[in-house]
Every structure is written in structure tokens, then in C-alpha cells.
Design a protein around this ligand. Structure first.
Ligand code: FEO
Ligand code: CA
Ligand code: CA
Ligand code: CA
Length: 714
């Protein structure tokens, strides 16, 4: 196993890519988001770049509060990081037919490391190796890879002879969000949830000449490789390693582009969602482009449909101006032609014939991993946009807040607050109640204001005279008390065309909001703003302070009163990423000569010690090193001391990540290894993980050193 931490330190390692690609190869851009960066941003609203609004008396002065950590909010479950820990109420797998969670999660674990535990590993250096690299004292293994059979009798992966029928019973392609759900109180068996965001047919099929030349079977293989997977896993001995169970796999499930979903919430049954195949507007086949996600306090998966525009196209031009404008705001092609050609396998993807089908994608989906027979849901109450993910916190009065980013240049950050309260009971009625909590509530979008004079925010990234990029903000209502809060739009219109509603509300245009996730103890909400190379100096504001921002930043938001239901907040930037030698970067005030270089933060997670973990998507093109996983302590003298824990192979982005609640395992999704321009099955750019064709994989990392402690980060 590679176990190399003595990779040289910071240096430029690769020729940098065209900046229009947001730090990734042109191939990645084509398949992941249909070249979103190459097009003008769909947000042409005249919403202010908030500029020079000065808010008085901003109380918060940066994230890194050195003092004691108070349980300011009660958090039931964040992302997969601290999700779903067995409380000992029983093993659902041991109850015939129960097959659902009998154990609500809680954000701690009896054997977890203490809060504020120091980091002990030597950081992994910048590198361009075609390998997963972890620090000395750690090991890793492939837990599951694209094509691995998931059911009894499912065929073994055969790259040369793949079929749609086989793919529907095998692990899907490009893995992204990862979460773990316990199956026993000792946390020795669990369910692994993984998103399969998109497919790259150039790397999946020999002789690929483009979608127009694809066979219908190839299109169906791609459809089957999308979606998500639930995999029963078990711990290997007494280590932190996990592997799929051998034998009984009662929970295993593949969700793909043909899986029925129930539409829930206020837009269910809307005229805007009705199609010929679904005249009721309540049942949708499939979920698409699921990127990140989160875990609910009741142990379900939330997963966000992101760049769904690319799956739809028109065989004839769309001429109705209102329809065309709505499509345009979501980046859906309105002139004849499609990029994936799925309409050749299934006519619903042709918007000329089925204009509402795109409205049925772009939602947060809820999936119950403990009930393999359950129907997944699309949650219309949470709005429709390019959902990166969705993470939860409980409000002071026990309702559920969901934080969400819309991942595109100049898009917005959203929050949903449920009407009903979370029930901690274990009964069927409690569970049904909780499973319906996200069907009704208020939806908000964020407006940020800065506290420094506009003249001090010049787009260079230079800190203003008060020493912080910081300020205040408010959550602007879009739906409130069951009514639309946006003039001229009905509730259904606000939820189906949420971007247009947020434009009218006056939201702040951000630098690609990716993961937005509350800290499980402090409640501070961290959001990754991954990059935006199109922001001009005139458009720079204190929350997005760099023009041509190719490296991204991380913003920390504190709700007023430490209540996730608040409608006002304060915020500050804790990381302005990029080469630490670049004066525009800021590593939470820590000595930049001591930190690892990070760029393009995408995924956010927390470990049981309360540390912030970041995974990146775009380091190769922005700073010339492979993407990776980083940790940043938030408290004490080490606060802001960012260190690279792992790097992923050539062409890959680092996704997940997930630290298990016992602190002994890190799960990383190695997405799109080998996705480099010019790569093909005949000339792969990566051979990860098995030395032949690259296969997107989930890997498990654990501690092996007998000294220093057993926990991730030791
Ligand atoms: Fe799929 Fe926002 O990254
Ligand atoms: Ca300031
Ligand atoms: Ca992402
Ligand atoms: Ca990404």
C-alpha cells in the first residue's frame, strides 16, 4: 500500500489549466456540468454585489473562538461525518421485517476521541502521484469500486462487456457524497451510502465518438451508473478498516435513473411537474447528478441533484419566451440539440415533447437507508436549483434547519426551516412524523453585508483595516408560513423556479456555494465557496473579496442567538485559499509558512474532535497539485493550522469525506480518477485502483501506528 508522506513540500508541479475550467480538465467540465464554466453564468439578475453596506456592531470577530465550546445548538446530524450513531436501542437487522432505523443518531460516540484532540500526523506534501497518499502511520484500502457486484448473483465487473442489466446490480460510477449509518451498537456493521454523480463515457467505453454515436445500450448503462448505492459494510477485525459484508446483504440497494421517487411538499402534483407519463405530477423516475448531501437526525440520507440541465435538450427550438427564460435561468439548452443524447433511450429527456420533465430534477432527495423497500422522496419544500448538498441542524425549539448551496458562479446560499418539530421517540408514528418533516416549512435565501468600507475591498484579497473579511447578514424569506414571500410568484413557482424567486428577493451572489454544513457542537455554519474566476474587481465584496477567484474560500456563519431558526447572522472568512505565498491568501490568521497549500474547497466535514475537514476539487488546475483532504483545528493555539491528510490520484477529485463517529476511520470518495484531457481506455491517464482502467472508488483510511493513538488525525 502506498504510505508516502515524505512527498516534497509546496511547489508548482503541473502546467496550470485554462482558468475558464475552474481548476479541472476540459473532460471533467464536459461530463460533470456540461461546460458550465464556459458559458455565461445563468444569473443575469441585477442583484447587488453587496459592496459597501456597513453594518454596525458586528459582534463576531472570526471563527476561532479560543474559549470553551458550548453546546450552543442541539444538532441531530450533520453530514455523514458525525451521522447516525447507534444509541443501543436495538439492531434493526436483527428484527425480521423491521428493516428500518430503531436507533436515532447522536453527535457523539462512547469511544470517540476527546473534543479538541491535537493533530499528530506529518502532512502529505503536494504531489501528482497516481495513488492515494496518506501520512506515515496510516493505511488505506479500496472499500468498493465502480462495477463491484452488490447483490447475490450479480455479474462480476467486465470492462469490455458491460451491460445495463449488470450495471443496475453493480456499484455505480463517479462516487461523491459518503455517509455511514450504524447497524449495531458496537458500530461493527453499518450501511454505507454513496452518491454516483455522473458518468464519463469516454473512459467507460472503448472507441467512444460522442453521445450522437452511442448505442442505446451504452446510454442505458450510463443511466444505470447514476444515482446512489447503499452497501452493507463491516469492520475488519479490531481495525478502522471496513469492507462490504460477504453473504447476507439485506439492505443493499442501487438507485439509478429508473428508480421511482415520490414527490413531496407543496409542489407535489403541481401543473409544473405533470408529464404524459405522470399526469398526477407525483412520481419521478430517477435522480441525477447527485453531488453532496447530509444526514438527518432520524437517520436518512439527503442528497442534492446538481447539474441536471445537461441531461435535457430539445429536438426543436423552444420558442415560448417564458419557458425559454425559465430554462435559461437553469442552464437548460433551448436550441435544438442535446449533449448526452439520453432522449434516444428515453423520450422524456427531449424538452420539445416533455417540457416539464426538467422541472422534476434539481431537488434534494431523501432516502431511508434502513428500509430497502421504501420509496425515495423528492423534497419540493427545499426548492429547486443546482443543489450541492443539504445538511441539518435542530433549532432551539426542535425544528429542523437545512442548509444548502447552489453550486454555480454567482449563485446563492439557502436555508429551510421545518414547521414541525423533530421527535426523538422510536415508535412507528414518530418515524413517520420525522420522515415527513421536510415536506412543510419556510425557505430562505442569504444576503451578506460587510462591515468594512467599500474602498478597502478592491478585489485583490488584501485584508481590510479591521483585519477580517466579516460582517452580518439576513435570511430573506421566499416561502413563509405556507405563503409565497415573493411578489408575483405562487408558492409552486417559488419552489420550482427558486433561482428566479431568489433573484427577486435580492440575495447575494456568491463564488460557487458548495457544501454548507453546521458544526455539530458550536452550530457555526461553514460553507465552501469553491472558486469563481469571472468575478471582476468591481463585483468584489467582503464575502467574495477576490476578483478572478480561482482558489476559493471558506465562510463561517453564526446564527444570531445561536439558533438555527434565526433570520439574522454574522459571518467571517476563515480561509482564503491558494498558494500560501500569495499575499491574497488567509489561513485563519495562522502562520502561513506552516500550513499545507489548499485550493478549491468543495466538501466540508467535521470529526468527533470538532475539527474542520475540507476536500478539494480543482487543485490540479489552480495550483498544480493533486486534490486532497485537509484538516483545520478550530480551537486553541493550533487553530487555523491547516494540514493535508490525504491526496487522491491523477485526474481525481477528493469527495466525501466522512470521519466515522468513533473517530477511527476516514472514508474518501475518489471521483473520476484519470479524467484528463486526451485520456481514453487505450491511453488511460490513471490506472487507479487496480493497475488497469481507472475506476471511481470509495477508500477507507485508518490508523496503523502502535504509537500516538488510534484516531484519524493522530
Ligand atoms: Fe458536484 Fe458542486 O460539485
Ligand atoms: Ca471587515
Ligand atoms: Ca461538490
Ligand atoms: Ca465537486
Amino acid at each position: 500500500m502506498p504510505d508516502l508522506d515524505d512527498v516534497p513540500g509546496r511547489r508548482r508541479l503541473l502546467p496550470l489549466l485554462d482558468s475558464s475550467r475552474g481548476g479541472r480538465s476540459a473532460m471533467t467540465c464536459r461530463y460533470r456540468c456540461a461546460d458550465a464554466c464556459a458559458h455565461e453564468a445563468p444569473n443575469t439578475s441585477d442583484n447587488a454585489y453587496f459592496g459597501d453596506v456597513v453594518e454596525a456592531a458586528v459582534s463576531r470577530r472570526g471563527l476561532l473562538r479560543g474559549g470553551a465550546v458550548a453546546a450552543a445548538v442541539v444538532v441531530g446530524g450533520g453530514s455523514g461525518t458525525l451521522a447516525a450513531v447507534a444509541s443501543g436501542a436495538g439492531d434493526p437487522a436483527d428484527t425480521e421485517g423491521a428493516a428500518r432505523a430503531a436507533v436515532p443518531p447522536r453527535p457523539d460516540h462512547p469511544d470517540a476521541p476527546e473534543y479538541g484532540r491535537p493533530v499528530g500526523f506529518r502532512p502529505v506534501g503536494d504531489n501528482t502521484l497516481d495513488a492515494v497518499v496518506v501520512p506515515n502511520g496510516y493505511d488505506w484500502s479500496v472499500t468498493i469500486a465502480w462495477g463491484d457486484p452488490m447483490f447475490r448473483g450479480a455479474p462480476e465487473f467486465d470492462f469490455e462487456h458491460q451491460t445495463a442489466a449488470a450495471q443496475r446490480e453493480q456499484f455505480g460510477y463517479n462516487c461523491d457524497f459518503v455517509a455511514v449509518y450504524p447497524l449495531d451498537r458496537r458500530f461493527e456493521r453499518a450501511l454505507l451510502w454513496v452518491n454516483h454523480e455522473y458518468t464519463n463515457e469516454e473512459l467507460m467505453f472503448r472507441g467512444w465518438t460522442g453521445a450522437a454515436g452511442a448505442t442505446v445500450e451504452q446510454l442505458r448503462i450510463a443511466m444505470a451508473a447514476h444515482g446512489g448505492s447503499i452497501v452493507e459494510i463491516e469492520r475488519v477485525g479490531d481495525t478502522g478498516e471496513w469492507r462490504p459484508v460477504d453473504g447476507r446483504r439485506r439492505y443493499n440497494r442501487r438507485i439509478h435513473a429508473g428508480t421511482p421517487f415520490r414527490v413531496t411538499g407543496p409542489a407535489a402534483g403541481s401543473d409544473l411537474l405533470r408529464t404524459a407519463a405522470d399526469p398526477a405530477g407525483t412520481t419521478v423516475l430517477g435522480m441525477l447528478n447527485n453531488c453532496a448531501g447530509g444526514t438527518t437526525p432520524w437517520g436518512t440520507v439527503l442528497t442534492g441533484e446538481e447539474n441536471v440541465n445537461q441531461y435535457f435538450g430539445a429536438s426543436a427550438d423552444v420558442t415560448d419566451p417564458e419557458t425559454a427564460a425559465r430554462y435559461a435561468r437553469y442552464g437548460i439548452r433551448t436550441t435544438a440539440g442535446t449533449s448526452r443524447a439520453w432522449e434516444r433511450a428515453d423520450a422524456r429527456f427531449d424538452v420539445s415533447g416533455e417540457p416539464n420533465e426538467p422541472n422534476r430534477f434539481g431537488w434534494v432527495c431523501q432516502i431511508d437507508p434502513y428500509d430497502p423497500r421504501s420509496t425515495p422522496q423528492k423534497l419540493t419544500a427545499l426548492g429547486r436549483f443546482k443543489h450541492e448538498g443539504a445538511t441539518t441542524a435542530l433549532t432551539a425549539d426542535g425544528r429542523v434547519a437545512v442548509y444548502m448551496g447552489d453550486d454555480e458562479r454567482f449563485e446563492y446560499v439557502y436555508k429551510f426551516v421545518s414547521s414541525g418539530r423533530f421527535r426523538t421517540g422510536q415508535g412507528d408514528r414518530d418515524r413517520r412524523h420525522n420522515l415527513a418533516l421536510l415536506e412543510d416549512g419556510d425557505l430562505f435565501v442569504a444576503r451578506f453585508t460587510g462591515d468594512s468600507p467599500a474602498a478597502e475591498i478592491d478585489g485583490s484579497g488584501r485584508l481590510p483595516s479591521d483585519g477580517l473579511f466579516d460582517g452580518a447578514g439576513e435570511w430573506l424569506p421566499l416561502v413563509s408560513g405556507g405563503e409565497s414571500a415573493v411578489d408575483g410568484m405562487s408558492v409552486e413557482e417559488v419552489l420550482v423556479f427558486t433561482r428566479l424567486a431568489a433573484d427577486r428577493a435580492g440575495a447575494t451572489k456568491m463564488d460557487r456555494p458548495e457544501d454548507v454544513e453546521p458544526h455539530p457542537v458550536t452550530g457555526t455554519v461553514f460553507m465552501a465557496l469553491t472558486n469563481n474566476d469571472r468575478r471582476t474587481p468591481a463585483q468584489a465584496d467582503e464575502a467574495n473579496p477576490r476578483a478572478t477567484n480561482r482558489w476559493g474560500h471558506v465562510l463561517a456563519l453564526d446564527e444570531d442567538g445561536a439558533d438555527a431558526a434565526a433570520t439574522t447572522f454574522t459571518w467571517s472568512l476563515v480561509l482564503v485559499a491558494g498558494d500560501p505565498d500569495d499575499p491574497s491568501t488567509y489561513y485563519a490568521g495562522f502562520d502561513k509558512s506552516q500550513v499545507s497549500m489548499i485550493s478549491c474547497p468543495d466538501n466540508v466535514a467535521f470529526d468527533p474532535s470538532g475539527r474542520l475537514w475540507l476536500a478539494t476539487d480543482g487543485m490540479p488546475g489552480s495550483v498544480g497539485a493533486n486534490d486532497g483532504m485537509f484538516v483545520m483545528p478550530l480551537d486553541g493555539d493550533d487553530a487555523g493550522h491547516l494540514r493535508r491528510f490525504a491526496s487522491v490520484p491523477v485526474g481525481a477529485e477528493c469527495c466525501g469525506p466522512c470521519i466515522t463517529p468513533d473517530g477511527r476511520t476516514a472514508l474518501i470518495a475518489v471521483q473520476h480518477p484519470g479524467e484528463e484531457d486526451g485520456a481514453s481506455p487505450e491511453a488511460p491517464a490513471s490506472t487507479f485502483p487496480y493497475g488497469d482502467q481507472p475506476r471511481p472508488s470509495v477508500v477507507t483510511v485508518w490508523r496503523t501506528s502502535p504509537t500516538g493513538g488510534p484516531f484519524i488525525g493522530d
